[in-house]
Design a protein. Sequence first.
Length: 406
Amino acid sequence: MDGEAPARTSGQDATRQLFLLSIGVFFIGGFLTAIVSLLVPRFRAVFDLGYAEALMIQFASHLSYLIFAVPITAIIVRSGYMRSIATGLAVMALGCLAFVAANNSRDFGLVLAALLLLALGITFLQIAANTVVTIVGPAADAASRLTLLQGFNSLGTVLGPLLTAPLLLAGASGAAPSDFSVGLPFLLCALVLAGLALAYFWRRELLGRQQTATDRLPSVDNLRLLLRDRRLVAGTAAMFAYVGAEVTIGALLTNYLMRGEILAARPVVAGQMVSLYWGGAMIGRFAGAALMQRLAPARVLMAAGAAATILTLVATTASGVTGAAALLLVGLCNSIMYPTIYALAMPDDHRSAPLASMLLCMAVVGGAIVPVVTGVAADASSLGASLLVPALCYVGIALFARFVRT
C-alpha cells in the first residue's frame, strides 16, 4: 500500500532526487539503443539478410511507439509518472530476458518479438520520463535539463559498442559467437533495469501532487484541440525525421565503415568505431546544455539540421576517411536535436503535457519506417546512395527550427 511508501518530498529536493534517478534511466536506455543497433550487422551476416530485412530489427524496436503510445498514456494518467516509469523498466527487463531466449532458439521472428517487448517498456520511459523531467523544475531550464540527461544517454551509447561489439559482431567475421556471449549484455541490462524499477517504485510518492498533469484521460476532443497547435504538429514531424535519421545511420554505420572504398574495417573494429558517432552526440549534448543558455534553442537546432544535411550528403559520394569522418560527425549534429525538438514542441499549458508527449512519442515510429525505406533503397542501389533518405530528414528538421523562430 502507498501508506508504506516514503514520505513525500517537496520542492527542490524532489527535483534533485528525480534528476539523479533519471541519470540511470537515460544511461541504460542509451546503452540498449546502441547494442540493438549492432544487431543489424550481426543478423545480416548470420542469417544472410538484405539491408531491408536486417533493418526489420529497428522496425520491431520502434513500432511500439505507434501501437502502444495511446494505452500507455492512459496508464500514466491513471497511475502517475513514477509508477509508470517503474513499470516500463520492469517490462524492459523482461524484454532483455526474452531476447536471450529468442537468440538461443536461432529464430529471427522470435528475436523481433522480443525486441518489440523491449520497445514496449522503452515507450513507457519515452512518454513518462521525458515529460516528468520537462515539467518538474523551472520551465525556462527544461531544454537544458533534458539535454544534460540526454548526455548521460549518449554516454551509454558510447560504452555500448565499445564493450559489446566483440561479443555481438564476432559472427559477422565468420566465427559464430556462442549464444551465451551474445546474450550476456542483455542479461546484465536486465539486472540493472530490475534494480532501477525497484528504486522508482520505492520512491513512487516522490512527486506528490505532481504525479500526473491531470486526473482525466485524454479525450478525442482534447486531441482535436491539440492538433490545432501548429508548433506541436510541426515538432511531431521533426521528431519523426530526427529519430528516423539517427537510428538509420547508427544501424548502417558498421556496414558503411566495412565497405572497401571507405575503411575496409573488420566487423568488430567497425562496430566499436560506432562509439565515435554516439560519442559526438555525448560531447554535443553536454556542450549544448551550456550553449543554449546563451543562444536560442531554435537557432542552435537550425544550424545542427543544416550541418547534418551537408555531412550526410558528403557521405553519399565521398570515399575513404572523408566519407567515414563525415558520417561519424553527424552524431555531433544529432546531439541537441531530440531534447530541443521535444522542448520546443511542447505546449505551454502543462495540463496538455501527457497528450502532447504521447504524440511526440508516437513520432518515434520514424525509427521503424525510415530505416526500412533506407534499406530498400540500399538493396535497390547502394548503401552510399541510400543515405539520401536520412539527409532529407535533416532538411525537415532545419525547416522546423526555422518555423519556430518565425
